[in-house]
Design a protein around this ligand. Structure first.
Ligand SMILES: Cc1cc2nc3c(=O)[nH]c(=O)nc-3n(C[C@H](O)[C@H](O)[C@H](O)COP(=O)(O)OP(=O)(O)OC[C@H]3O[C@@H](n4cnc5c(N)ncnc54)[C@H](O)[C@@H]3O)c2cc1C
Length: 344
């Protein structure tokens, strides 16, 4: 019989972040799949009552909380202690937690203290003959492994966007406090605030329905022998605004600044998608002026519907990598698309 612990931390509003609600669904599926198992909730935050109430009706056996001013902020020293204390207090054999940036830093340390084994970036679960198996990608999303572990405790950190968020009614949960002593030297790190670009300047939007990827073609000489970087930037930014899209890039385009070529000022290396870039998750993706080479396309692993615009009918996207390839001039297509989007 497995003792499952759903471990989560609150956000700045004292609620559970979306990825935690997604992970709760994973924990419930695991509970259902492993007959006779129990589910305990373990929460970390300045005040965890509101978060516990938020998920009171999920079917938990027990709720534990590590709370207080020391646990409101993301800090390795206190987070690792809180997670380990909840792991111990619950006697958990399987710990399911969201792979937030806060927990991704602290959970490996908690695993060490709990003498647990840990799998991070888990992107799927399944049961084979009653045995829990997880899925995880390796080698920059080129190989997917399905694996299980006999070692316990087993910590499983679930990536965002894999499970639908848990949706249930609020209630009133009884939270058992787990006390954790924190020494002054463990509180030396302080989070003083968040620096984020304004909403308009923020081009990376993980929740967007569509990802627009811009390739180096936008800054290459066009049929008139000229470069039209300003016009390219306008088409891209207009589309982002009108379609509320997220912006991705090929490596070639974001590298150009350092190579002294024409650049799009809305791009940075953070936008790069691919083997050495990111692997975003969006229902749809539109690639523009990008060749669709394999090191770039591996970053499209979690884009469900893929379309591309390229003047070259034999570009990489035509080799089975896109659902639809428009062999056309992206300047002309995006100008028309934006015109239609603006009309509503
Ligand atoms: C180890 C390694 C890791 C790498 N990692 C990454 C990675 O993480 N991400 C990544 O992106 N790349 C990566 N690369 C580089 C990758 O192989 C490609 O070089 C890169 O993706 C090419 O970028 P691009 O398609 O934008 O540019 P190009 O290859 O220059 O393609 C530009 C495209 O624009 C098209 N075009 C031009 N004008 C127009 C127009 N008006 N309308 C429509 N289409 C037009 C052209 O036909 C062309 O296909 C990696 C390479 C290596 C070796």
């Amino acid at each position: 019989m497995e003792k499952i612990l759903f471990l989560a931390h609150t956000d700045s509003n004292g609620q559970l972040p979306k990825v935690a609600l997604e992970t709760l669904n994973a924990a419930l599926q695991i509970k259902q799949g492993l007959a006779g198992s129990t589910l305990t909730i373990g929460l970390v935050g300045e005040n965890v009552q509101a978060a516990a109430d938020q998920i009171a009706s999920c079917g938990m056996e027990k709720a534990l909380g590590v709370s207080g001013a020391d646990f409101g902020m993301s800090r390795y020293a206190t987070d690792v202690k809180a997670a380990a204390a909840l792991g111990t207090a619950s006697g958990a054999t399987i710990i399911i937690a969201p792979a937030t940036s806060r927990f991704s830093r602290a959970l490996p340390g908690a695993a060490f203290r709990l003498k647990a084994t840990i799998d991070t970036h888990v992107s799927g679960i399944q049961f084979t003959e009653g045995v829990l198996q997880i899925q995880r990608w390796y080698y920059r999303q080129r190989m997917m492994a399905t694996l299980t572990r006999v070692a316990r405790p087993w910590i499983i950190a679930i990536d965002s966007g894999v499970f639908p968020p848990w949706q249930g009614t609020k209630g009133s949960a009884k939270v058992e406090a787990v006390s954790v002593a924190v020494a002054d030297q463990e509180k030396r790190t302080k989070m003083t605030g968040i620096e984020a670009p304004s909403a308009d300047a923020q081009t990376i939007r993980p929740e967007a329905q569509i990802l627009l990827v811009a390739g180096a073609g936008w800054t290459k000489k066009q049929t008139d022998g000229q470069i039209h970087a300003k016009e390219a930037e306008k088409h891209i930014l207009d589309f982002l605004k009108l379609a509320k899209a997220s912006l991705g890039s090929s490596k070639s385009l974001v590298d150009q600044g350092s190579e002294g070529e024409a650049v799009l000022t809305c791009m940075s290396h953070l936008n790069q998608v691919g083997q050495t870039g990111s692997t975003p998750r969006h229902p749809k993706g539109l690639s523009t002026c990008c060749h669709g080479e394999e090191p770039h396309v591996v970053g499209w692993r979690f884009i469900n519907e893929r379309r591309a615009i390229n003047t070259d009918a034999s570009c990489g996207w035509a080799q089975g990598k896109a659902d639809v390839l428009y062999v056309a001039d992206a300047f002309a297509v995006m100008s028309k698309v934006n015109e239609l989007l603006a009309k509503g």
